[in-house]
Design a protein around this ligand. Structure first.
Ligand code: PLP
Length: 233
């Protein structure tokens, strides 16, 4: 990468951070309660190295193989890797030890698999992915399934459920996104009331480049921003 590209990434990051600050202020929230997860699935190691140099160290990947490769490349640096995409169970074994948070806890079978791969001393932190938009192509539990999921999670003592993850409808407008995010927050609030011991629903992972400000206004604690960080490169 040339210096111009390095500067561009720095500028993009600054802009995203400023937009996070502004959205937090607008909704009367503390910006420190909102974590930026930089989604690096579109870029290679040069761009990632640039982000790390800028102090952006919470990185997300949606494909296991890419996460493995990039995590191996940056093994000697301090990076929090987040798995945000669908995790096939046969790829869980290599993935679980690498990630600080699995955003895409989207089936009981997967949760059982990762529970077996984690341990009491190194429990895996997971979010339950909820399909709040109802898009057919999306993974995730339905709202109706959540009570049963909470029951089942009680038995999975090697995982710690930290919150919920969701996405706005693919073809929706801003109002639709807001409704989807609001639904996710309401589900979080509802289940937080009487959740089992290994379930603490503090986190709400929602919002991407096109809608993260709306997500923050609706209570997101983690925004997953990819293309916005790497535009005009
Ligand atoms: C790719 C991806 C993102 C980031 O999307 P951008 O629009 O590039 O910001 C966020 N969440 C998930 C689950 C993704 O797959």
């Amino acid at each position: 990468m040339d210096q111009k590209q390095v500067n561009q990434i720095e500028q993009n990051l600054l802009e995203v951070q400023q937009r996070i600050t502004a959205a937090a202020a607008k909704s009367g929230r503390d910006e420190n309660q909102i974590q930026l997860i930089a989604i690096t699935k579109y870029v290679g190691n040069d761009e990632i190295g640039c982000l790390l140099d800028l102090g952006c160290t919470k990185l997300g990947e949606s494909r296991p193989q890419q996460l493995w490769d990039k995590a191996a490349f940056f093994a000697d640096q301090s990076v929090d890797w987040h798995m945000i995409g669908n995790l096939q169970r046969n790829k869980a074994k290599r993935t679980v030890p690498l990630v600080s948070l699995l955003h895409s806890g989207n089936s009981i079978r997967l949760l059982k698999t990762v529970n077996d791969l984690a341990s009491p001393t190194e429990p895996l932190h997971v979010l339950l992915e909820v399909n709040v938009s109802g898009d057919e192509a999306k993974h995730g539990f339905t709202a109706e399934q959540l009570p049963e999921v909470m029951q089942q999670v009680l038995e999975l003592s090697n995982i710690r459920v930290k919150g919920l993850m969701g996405m706005a409808a693919r073809d929706g407008d801003n109002d639709q996104a807001r409704r989807n995010f609001s639904t996710l927050r309401q589900l979080r609030d509802q289940f937080r009331e009487n959740s089992p011991e290994n379930v603490q629903l503090d986190e709400l992972s929602m919002g991407m480049s096109r809608d993260f400000e709306i997500a923050i206004e609706e209570g997101a604690t983690m925004v997953r921003v990819g293309s916005g960080l790497f535009k005009e490169l």
